[in-house]
Ligand binder design. Sequence first.
Ligand code: ATP
Length: 273
Amino acid sequence: MTDASPTPPSPTPRGEPATASDAVLVVDGLVKRYADAIAVDHVSFDVRPGEVYGLLGPNGAGKTTTLGVIAGLVRADAGSVRVAGHAVERDPLPAQRAMGVVPQALALYPDLTVRQNLGYFARLKGFAGAEGRRVVADALAAVDLAAEADRRATTLSGGMNRRLNLAIGLVGRPRLLLLDEPTVGLDPRSRRHILDSVRRLADEGLAVLFTSHYMEEVEYLCRRLAILDRGRVIAQGPLDEVRALAGEGVVLRVPLPAVAPPSTSRSWTCACR
Ligand code: ATP
């Protein structure tokens, strides 16, 4: 990745940069405990239209659990989540209609073609006929998979399968997209393809919550981020402020997986108070 300069947030329909009051996702004081551990410990942040918000942390930090609560799949012990103005716990359906979820593991049917996969998820979301075809074509274009539309998923490369996984989350153009480590295991070219699609979608106004192990990806996509460790936010804010904390004291080392490409094979350190 050569261009690491963050893109400015998309303007709101009023023509101004999005602010906290425009947030599509508001997470406030979220807590999730399991029998022997606290997975999410008073986590708060918001995600605005046109923004890719980064949740960075090592294995077990609580990223997937946070996404699960936002998606309405995991019940929180305390705190609240609002998506497009709807409280997820009290009013899950409209909140879920406003979001697309892209899980870490591929969630698609290998024996269906790319188009059939998208058509299936479009019908599940209530899109049929000409409208269904339109949302499928839209999702294909968003991840640059139109040329592969009639190939069975099982014949696609790993990178293309990841793009199909992303496209499924985009069916129907949600206002909020939840991405759980969408580049895990990909080569640098495929990672870049995914990241550029995400960036383009945000430029068009989508609010994106992006979880990753890779500081480099967060630097590439996000102007604001939170760093999680064992469920707690240990640094949070604009990218330059979080970066500036480095060297100030407590240091988090985010171990990068062995499969990381050479450009990311460093630990990323950040001071956390
Ligand atoms: P990874 O990068 O490996 O996906 P993560 O940051 O997404 O990690 P989580 O999967 O949210 O982290 O896990 C946070 C903590 O909660 C971990 O200690 C994990 O073992 C624990 N945990 C998650 N789900 C459950 C569960 N269903 N039951 C018990 N503990 C769980």
